[in-house]
Structures are given as structure tokens and as C-alpha cells.
Write a protein that binds this ligand. Structure first.
Ligand code: FUB
Length: 324
């Protein structure tokens, strides 16, 4: 494939790609952006998505098949609004689509829907996952068959409203040398429909073994968690949100701690940056999005893919996102 990133779905706006290989094909689970007319604000109300489509590819340079609507807000019994970044996992013959959605009180919860096929359609469970909160679920299956969900997002993602998995009276983002608000990780139950334990905070350490601070805006977690494994190491990657980078940190197990390594993708054109990483037919790829095709409209994003390369020491070669 060419070194430049390739736009994947030129005819529609899609963002936040989660990617997995199922049955030898690569499947993409993006958010489906649309023009809702809702003004842009820090709560992300302008990201007013109401359905998901699933895409597949037989080859990285080949055709991208749109499998049509996989799940819609109107079919989810507990729905309020805003279907944000989803992910899909497979277990025992079923596919599980995990999605964040505001409930009828405007609180983000994480739901799950089930299908016999990776492309859906997915049938939602009647209620959100018990104990779930915030956004951006990413599900990673380890080699021992255990599945873990990574989740959380600041600002409109509401993570700042929670401490020790409990909602607080007032939201606190922290600043300066205070600890950065962490992404969460939780092992999923064997039936894939719930949490098997209390979600745990992810610690990202700097080069001196100190946790990243809230004021370390260029490196601390904001949203868009992703986990992949390379040469036996666990790579936790994420967006820094208002500083617009995709960064990563490496650990020895799914819970961390993870040691900060650097930038995977420099800022793209557009406010958000979000990704999925996966190996397909012997090469590694970074799926992401930008707003170049929509002329920079934050809420109308387009999917892209490019190759992701490692250095001999396991670090990732930084990719130019083409933004500022
Ligand atoms: O697509 C809506 C939100 O924008 C996602 O959940 C965030 O990660 C950001 O990409």
C-alpha cells in the first residue's frame, strides 16, 4: 500500500474506527457522523449520531463493503441520544457490539448488542451494562481468552464526574501537578454482557516512573482508548483531546502500569483524533479520521488508513497527521 493515508468511505462521514480481523476479513466499526444542525460546544452535542454501519475489507487496498445499518438509537430501549465510538468482540459464536449512549437523563452509559455475524444487525440488551459510565469502549481479547474493556473520555465524555466508579456531586478535571484523570480497564464477564470486577484506573508513568499529571496536556489521557499486543507487550494508545495527539504507552499486562513512549499520530485536520490499530495479513495498520473532506467541519469526519511501523526496539514510528 502507498505510504500516504487512504480515505476509506468517501461517500459518507464516518469516524472513531475500531478494527478487528474476523474470519480472515478486516471489519471496521466506526461512528456514523451526520449533519444534525446542533451548534458546536464543549459537551460535544454536535456529535449527534443515531446509527452505526459496519464495513469490511478483504484486502487493505481493496474494496470497502458497507454492510448497512447495524444498530439504531430508535431500537435501543434505554436510549436518550448520541451513539459515539463503538467496538466489537467475538466469543463462542456470537459478536458483541459495545456502544456509549446517553440515557434518558443525559448520562452516558455503555450498552451491548448481540449478533451471529460480525456485520450485524445487532440486537441490543434491554439495559446498559451495570456499573458502566462515560464513553469510548474498546475491547481487547488477550491470548488466554480473557476480554477487557478500556473506556472513558473527558469533557463531553463525562469521565470527570466519577471517582472510584461513583458519580460525584461536582465534576473535577484536575490541574497542574494533580494526577491526570485516568482511562479505565475492566475484565468482562464470561457471557460478555457485564463487568466481572470493578473498573480500575490505568496509570501512565513518565520516563522517571512518575504518573502523568493533569497539567501535562501534551501527554495525558483524554479519550479514545485502544489496546493492542505486539511482541508480548501491551500497547495502550489514546487521544490527548484538546492537544490533538494520538499517544501510546507500553506495559507488561492488560492493567498496566504503562510507560509513556511517544506520539503515534501528530494532529490531524479537525478537533478530535481517534483510532484503531490492527495487524492484517502480516502488516500493521493505523485506522483514524480527519475532517479534510468536509472542509474542517469538526462533526463530519472521514475514515482513513495507513501503515503503522515499529522500530527494532518496539517503539512506533510517528505518523504525520497533516494538521497543525
Ligand atoms: O465521535 C464522538 C466522540 O468524538 C468520540 O467518542 C470521541 O472519542 C471523539 O472522537
Amino acid at each position: 500500500m502507498k505510504k500516504e493515508a487512504r480515505y476509506l468511505v468517501p461517500g459518507d462521514y464516518m469516524a472513531d474506527p475500531a478494527v478487528h480481523v474476523f474470519n480472515g476479513k478486516l471489519y471496521i466499526y466506526p461512528s456514523h457522523d451526520r449533519e444534525s444542525g446542533i451548534p458546536e460546544n464543549d459537551n460535544g452535542d454536535h456529535f449527534d449520531m443515531c446509527d452505526y454501519h459496519v464495513f469490511s475489507m478483504e484486502d487493505i487496498d481493496g474494496e470497502v463493503t458497507d454492510h448497512g445499518v447495524a444498530l439504531q438509537v430508535k431500537d435501543i430501549p434505554w436510549a436518550g441520544r448520541q451513539l459515539w465510538d463503538s467496538d466489537c468482540a467475538y466469543k463462542n459464536g456470537k459478536y458483541y457490539l459495545y456502544f456509549p449512549l446517553k440515557d434518558q437523563t443525559d448520562i452516558f452509559r455503555i450498552g451491548v448488542a448481540i449478533s451471529d455475524k460480525p456485520e450485524g444487525p445487532f440486537i441490543p440488551q434491554p439495559d446498559p451494562i451495570r456499573g458502566s459510565y462515560s464513553i469510548d469502549p474498546a475491547v481487547f481479547e488477550d491470548e488466554d481468552g480473557q476480554s477487557y474493556m478500556y473506556f472513558g473520555g473527558l469533557w463531553g465524555g463525562q469521565l470527570q464526574r466519577y471517582r472510584n466508579n461513583k458519580a460525584q456531586e461536582s465534576a473535577v478535571l484536575g490541574e497542574g501537578d494533580e494526577p491526570a484523570l485516568p482511562s479505565r480497564v475492566v475484565r468482562l464477564s464470561d457471557d460478555m454482557l457485564g463487568f466481572a470486577e470493578e473498573p480500575q484506573a490505568i496509570t501512565i508513568l513518565d520516563e522517571n516512573g512518575q504518573p502523568l499529571t493533569a497539567g501535562d496536556n501534551a501527554r495525558r489521557f483524554f479519550e479514545a482508548s485502544w489496546m493492542h499486543k505486539y511482541n508480548g507487550k501491551y500497547y495502550f494508545s489514546y487521544s490527548t483531546g484538546d492537544t490533538h495527539r494520538l499517544c501510546y504507552a507500553i506495559g507488561d499486562n492488560p492493567y498496566g502500569p504503562f510507560i509513556y513512549q511517544g506520539v503515534i499520530l501528530t494532529p490531524v485536520v479537525g478537533w478530535t483524533t481517534h483510532h484503531g490499530i490492527c495487524e492484517f495479513k502480516g502488516k500493521w495498520y493505523l485506522f483514524h479520521h480527519d475532517t479534510v473532506p468536509s472542509g474542517g467541519r469538526t462533526w463530519l469526519r472521514s475514515l482513513k488508513v495507513c501503515e503503522l511501523e515499529y522500530n527494532a526496539d518496539g517503539t512506533i514510528k510517528t505518523i504525520d497527521g497533516g494538521g497543525e
